[in-house]
Design a protein around this ligand. Structure first.
Ligand code: FUL
Length: 490
């Protein structure tokens, strides 16, 4: 009997352990599913990406031997003596950037011709070998110092493709690239962006470089954790798929990068133009364009500088669609921004300033409508796009609306809307804008995504309220801020 009992209790113990095992397995499964669900739902911006979104618009400077040879893609065989700006003035570049309303600058530290605008230890094709300042000059030093003095962010373009370096096309070139990158990452203060151009004309000459991008990414993360890496596939931000400075009206900040590389193996232009609604990573678009037909300065293009009005249109189709805009302004052979460009940029900056000077919605009453509930909210019109957000304005499949009550009739033709992506990612798929005119709601605009921001311009109205209704959304939608303007300059 005793024996049987023992067996019984042994059996019980085994059964008990089995039960525990099954239960813990089940719990694990549930836990995993929950976290998987959480992981798959929403890519959200990192802290650094949020700061980058707020940088909105900056200048690009293409400068180097091409400035003096009139080429766009230097051969890499140009003699260093060619590089000799007669009156380099980075302070003037920064003044122009500020007048234009730019918040930062990015410079071609090295373009495809391999010439380094700083005296790199890892190249013999640099400013040190030129006559400029008797080989003692450093353009990056002058520009980064001027940026700091002027409160502008500073970034660098370092072309992976190099037509000069003797090691290009061999594994050792990866060491050269890594070392030059470290010089930039450690020598010039804080960088907000590192630009990796996908362009590459090699191949026919037999030189093919296998770039060690994972290694380069690690270096940026280590030395400049807040810098955003630009390339066809990010990881910080993505090329917008064209060089017109525009992005699609539907612009998602998400992208799937698996299976894609940089340059020729990058995602198709159409995908880069719109991003992907269900993309796995937060990789927002940056739109690049030059103020002139070329990227480098050519005297024959002095009369082909884009007008302030064209620049404003480009701004609306980039920044106004939730992307960032990097506008190239090539310094001339003196090392100055040409008068033609600086005058257009100053006029463009004035347009921006005047158009967005008075936010008619500021501190006006605002209401959230969800189903039959209406609730007042202060955060939507408090002028603070960064720290405040309105409460949820919709649950899944129950779309909401927000109304701004101006308290009196006002004339306006533009609305600027900011979606809060910090917690829930980007969600709005479609929305409409109506205004309260002569006691009826009149539809004035309809659009798709919002994301970091959307600027919509519509025919001028005289109305006392503006309502935004979310017509379709992926998930919980939260808006940070709604602003109303009367654009006079266009
Ligand atoms: C391209 C380059 O080939 C151009 O020269 C320029 O630098 C532009 C921004 O990117 O891919």
């Amino acid at each position: 009997m005793g024996y049987i009992c023992l067996l019984c209790s042994a059996n019980l113990l085994i059964m008990y352990k089995l039960l525990l095992f099954i239960l813990s397995g089940l719990l694990l499964l549930v836990g995993n599913q929950a976290s998987t669900a959480q992981n798959t739902i929403v890519p959200t911006p990192t802290h650094a990406q949020l700061a980058w979104h707020e940088t909105e618009f900056y200048l690009f400077f293409h400068f180097g031997p091409n400035t003096f040879t009139n080429l766009e893609w230097g051969h890499g065989t140009e003699i260093e003596e060619l590089f000799n700006p007669t009156d380099l003035d980075c302070e003037q570049w920064c003044r122009v950037a500020k007048l234009a309303g730019a918040k930062g600058v990015v410079i071609t530290a090295k373009h495809h011709d391999g010439f380094c605008l700083w005296p790199s230890k890892y190249s013999t094709h640099t400013v040190r070998e030129s006559k400029w300042k008797n080989g003692k000059g450093d353009v990056l030093r002058e520009l980064s110092d001027a940026c700091r003095r002027n409160g502008l962010k500073f970034g660098v373009y370092l072309s992976p493709w190099d037509r000069n370096h003797p090691k290009y096309g061999t594994p050792e070139y990866n060491d050269v690239y890594a070392n030059t990158l470290i010089e930039l990452l450690t020598g010039y203060g804080e960088l907000f962006e590192v630009w990796w151009d996908g362009a590459n004309g090699e191949g026919p000459n037999g030189k093919k470089q296998d770039y060690d991008f994972p290694r380069f990414e690690k270096l940026v993360k280590k030395y400049q954790p807040n810098a955003i890496i630009f390339s066809d596939i990010g990881p910080g931000c993505r090329w917008a798929g064209n060089e017109l400075g525009t992005v699609n009206e539907t612009n998602w900040c998400m992208l799937d990068t698996v299976g894609f590389g940089r340059g020729a193996t990058g995602p198709p232009g159409q995908i880069l133009q719109t991003g992907q609604e269900n993309g796995a990573a937060w990789i927002p678009a940056e739109c690049d364009v030059s103020i002139r037909p070329g990227w480098f300065y050519h005297p024959e293009e002095d009369q082909k500088v884009k007008t302030p009005e064209t620049l404003f249109d480009i701004y609306l189709q980039s920044v106004g669609r939730g992307a960032n805009l990097i506008l190239n302004v090539p310094p001339d052979r003196r090392g100055r921004i040409h008068e033609q460009d600086s005058s257009h940029l100053a006029a463009f900056g004035a347009i921006l300033k005047k158009n967005f000077a008075e936010n008619l919605a500021l501190h006006k009453n605002a209401f959230l409508e969800q189903g039959r509930r209406t609730k007042a909210t202060k955060t939507l019109t408090d002028g603070n796009q960064q720290t405040n957000y309105s409460p949820k304005i919709q649950k899944k499949h129950e779309f909401g609306a927000v109304t701004v009550d101006l308290g009196e009739y006002k004339v306006f033709n533009c609305v600027k809307i900011f979606e809060d992506s910090k917690r829930f990612g980007q969600n709005v798929k479609e929305f409409k804008v109506e205004v309260w005119e002569d006691n009826i709601w009149r539809l004035v605009a309809k659009s798709t995504t919002i994301g970091a921001r959307k600027i919509l311009v519509f025919p001028r109205v005289r109305a006392s309220k503006l309502k935004i209704t979310i017509l379709n959304s992926k998930n919980t939608t939260t808006l940070n801020e709604v602003q109303i303007f009367n654009l006079n300059e266009k």
